[in-house]
Design a protein around this ligand. Structure first.
Ligand code: FE2
Ligand code: FE2
Length: 189
């Protein structure tokens, strides 16, 4: 993880991830891991939805040259509003999810010596996600001010792609590393 004067890195360092320790879990111990999986699934869906609305906006823009109808511009306005709302909600919800992990879930797991390095890595990854959320929100604000500007649209598209890729990778590593540990140590989620 490289951190420079400008703040946290904007890219994940997947090569820095420590190996994942294994933990025994009895079937009746399965509990918290299901909850974490469901929370992650919700965020995966929200990020896909965000990307979908953005694609609709791009498509709407592409067809605008051919035939600009009242219906089209209404749906564009509606999509712009939906995009801004969903983006704001999902950015906030992701920050909140990571705050809970940093403040409540990780401390319970840090009691395990074997998990200390993994938790340090996951916390560092939260910093990267957070920096990308800030960048996405800046790109969104700039785009909503000037939705016809192709540069702003391209930058927003890149910011969405990057955040989705990073979050999916982070969730994947977190689940590999922690799902069994959560149930083994009966961590409340
Ligand atoms: Fe996390
Ligand atoms: Fe998580």
């Amino acid at each position: 993880m490289t951190v420079d004067d400008k703040g946290p890195a904007l890219e994940l360092d997947e090569a820095a991830r420590p190996a994942v320790p294994t933990f025994e879990v009895a079937a009746q111990q399965r509990n918290g891991s299901r909850h974490l999986r469901a929370i992650h699934e919700h965020h995966r869906r929200q990020l896909s939805g965000l990307k979908k609305i953005f694609s609709d906006l791009e498509r709407g823009d592409a067809s605008a040259d051919d035939m600009v109808t009242a219906a089209q511009s209404l749906s564009m306005t509606d999509n712009l509003r939906r995009f801004g709302t969903l983006c704001g909600q999902e950015c906030q919800a992701l920050v909140f999810h990571h705050q809970i992990e940093d403040g409540a879930m990780y401390p319970q797991l840090q009691r395990s010596e074997e998990l200390k390095a993994v938790i340090d890595q996951l916390m560092a990854e939260h910093q990267v996600v957070h920096a990308q959320i800030v960048a996405l929100w800046d790109a969104t604000t700039a785009f909503l001010e000037k939705p016809d500007d192709p540069t702003k649209r391209r930058e927003l598209g890149r910011a969405i792609e990057r955040l989705q890729k990073t979050v999916l990778s982070h969730f994947g590593y977190e689940e590999d590393a922690l799902l069994d540990a959560i149930d083994h140590f009966s961590v409340a989620i």
